[in-house]
Design a protein around this ligand. Structure first.
Ligand code: ADP
Ligand code: MG
Length: 245
């Protein structure tokens, strides 16, 4: 019988008959600012499940090992069970969010090359930014694993940037989680969705109207569901038109 393994902020993980496989169920719950702000985005679970499935399948086609197996309902997918490495791997192409706040660089400045950052995935500590030395000190991953993750993160960024460009969307930044599978191989896990990416509509220059991601919820910009729906439509269109391959 499936049992609830873990309930997070956005998903519930259930065990399955196969110990190597988990069921990931996407919720409508939304949180921001380390769960200080809570709400519901109606339909988000189904939208994020669809977007994550499409993007992970696309990345798998490009040779990136992922945890995705198959979608089994509008809000549920079967994934390979992995031991999550407690790092939030953030890739940035354009200045936004904490990078703007903490460096003074202007929001919207295009970076000359992508920035890969590691944050400690720990809600109690507020997911702090790690230095390379702290990463080594904490032994959250071996140096070899860190370099593999960095390599995958940059490859994923190239593939996703190209994909979203075909959707008329700028991939500003995004967060990834990786885990170790039963063979101790590193796999991309978790989700890729408007909850975990900053996505700007290339057809809009207005800094509020262009936002098609969770920043609409974070900063009470309204039209949250519509933005998520726009991303789903454009992602699915890019997949079905074959533009993604
Ligand atoms: P959180 O509140 O920690 O962000 P989520 O609700 O987003 O949690 O997701 C639930 C949990 O599932 C997260 O801790 C995430 O790291 C974990 N997870 C994602 N994919 C897998 C997987 N394939 N195997 C095991 N755990 C996973
Ligand atoms: Mg999460």
């Amino acid at each position: 019988m499936p049992t609830k393994l873990y309930e997070g902020k956005a998903k519930i993980l259930y065990t399955t008959d196969d110990p190597a496989v988990l069921l990931s169920c996407f919720k409508d719950d939304a949180t921001a600012f380390n769960a200080q702000k809570r709400g519901t985005i109606t339909g988000k679970g189904a939208i994020n499940c669809t977007i994550t499935a499409a993007l992970l399948a696309y990345l798998a086609d490009q040779g990136i090992p992922t945890h995705y197996l198959e979608t089994v309902s509008p809000t549920e997918m079967r994934v390979r069970a992995v031991q999550i490495i407690p790092l939030e791997v953030v890739v940035r192409n354009v200045v936004a969010g904490s990078l703007a706040r903490e460096t003074g660089l202007p929001v919207g400045q295009v970076l000359s090359r992508p920035l890969v950052e590691f944050y400690y995935k720990n809600d109690d500590l507020g997911d702090p930014l790690l230095t390379g030395d702290r990463l080594q000190l904490m032994e959250l991953a071996t140096p070899e694993q860190v370099s593999t993750i960095q390599h995958y993160a940059l490859q994923i960024n190239q593939h996703l940037t190209a994909f979203f460009n075909r959707c008329g969307i700028t991939l500003v930044d995004f967060k990834l989680e990786f885990g170790l599978d039963a063979q101790n191989q590193i796999r991309l896990a978790d989700e890729i969705s408007p909850d975990t990416c900053r996505l700007w509509d290339q057809g809009e220059s207005d800094p509020e109207r262009r936002v098609l991601d969770k920043d609409r919820f974070r900063h009470d910009l309204g039209q949250v569901e519509a933005a998520y729906e726009t991303i789903r439509e454009r992602v699915l269109k890019a997949v079905t038109s074959g533009a993604a391959v």
